[in-house]
Design a protein around this ligand. Sequence first.
Ligand code: TRP
Length: 447
Amino acid sequence: MKNKESFGSKFGIIAAAAGSAIGLGNIYRFPCEAGANGGGAFFIVYLAIVLLMGLPLMVTEFVIGRRSGKNPVGAFKSLAPGHKGWARLGYLGVICSFLILAFYCTVAGWTIDAVWKAITNYYHGKDLATVQFGFDSLKEETWQPIICEAVFVFLTAFIIIKGVTKGIEKYSKILMPILLGILIILGIKALTLPGAAEGVKFFLKPDFSKINGTVVVNALGQAFFSLSIGMGILITYGSYIAKNDNLTSTAFSVCICDTIIAILAGIVIFPAAFSFGITPEAGDSLAFVTLPMLFNQMAGGYFFCLFFFVLLTIAALTSSISLLEAPVLYFTEELGISRKKATTYSAIGVFVLCIVASLSLHSDTCLKIGSFSFFNLLDYITATFLMTIGGLLTVIFLGWKMKKEDFYDEFTNDNTVNMRLRKAMYFIIKYISPLAITVILITQFIK
Ligand code: TRP
């Protein structure tokens, strides 16, 4: 086992993992998915999945990481020597990171565009149709989104090359609570808008008849995406966790933080959207049109808007650095390439994919399959299949390939914590999670 520097404090690792988890997934993607999948029905399934599958998988990744002290590729190699195939699971994570990043940087580009619009007071006094038109035309543009994406990819790569990831995480310990504070203020404002009650009902009142296979598979994908699990990224984080930290309570705290932000985003966006007459199926516009319209209605809206989108960009950055770190770690640790080169090449690769993704959103594009643009395809393939299959194989690895004693030792910090929980957790990881994910995936494949 390698002797690695571990995170200074328990709070440090929670902040870092929460930094990876909290991002566009919570504020942009969660409302899109909830809106498209029936609101309350989706919400209840999502919560159940976070608790029953997300948490155990996060614990699994932490256990594998801390046990091996390595990056995902190295971890699978060292914990199952002689089973070469398992290292491929690490590669899957590396590929998946690239694809997610391309999607992610496109959306982050819109966020940077929103920062610019906030600075120049573009939104001020505009009506819904105009703000909507502005956002739709951004997607039709060629250069503007690409420039914004370039800024974001550059910032991500810069942070990684400079090796100041920890520094950013230190700031985000202060900044993310501020984001939370703004969301709470926005929530209060949104809930007092005329017609807000309909939005609350849509988001929180489960209509059980709307739960079907698609809702469940989308909730599963959203949970994995939002918690940053299923592609081995948290294995790396696990390798930095101190030996005496309680992995379960750490994972639990991360899941709670991430879920609170997602719920708040829903409580802000749906009441406001219903009040302004934006449909819950509006997708991208839910975040990028509803929120500016909400700021427009507030005293001090200029500053709230600016602050909010800046903080959202930072939240996106703490996620994108964790995503880019995956290929970079692989290139440096397994292939021996320098960090600077590894980062530069990875960033260029991501940027190229990202350009294709944003061009595929033009209405006259040929970059689509059926009604699926390349952008949607990236999202669909990663969240619906790659991450869920990655998560499935990870729990199978722990349950069926690793020694049970190794899991118990790591999970209980050598028999000092969680003694009563260990059997139940092992049972869930070994039997329940694999079975549940398989059933969900098969229903989707059949469709
Ligand atoms: N969880 C992040 C979000 O919600 C996105 C993200 C960061 C991610 N790292 C990841 C998704 C690793 C999957 C895997 O915005």
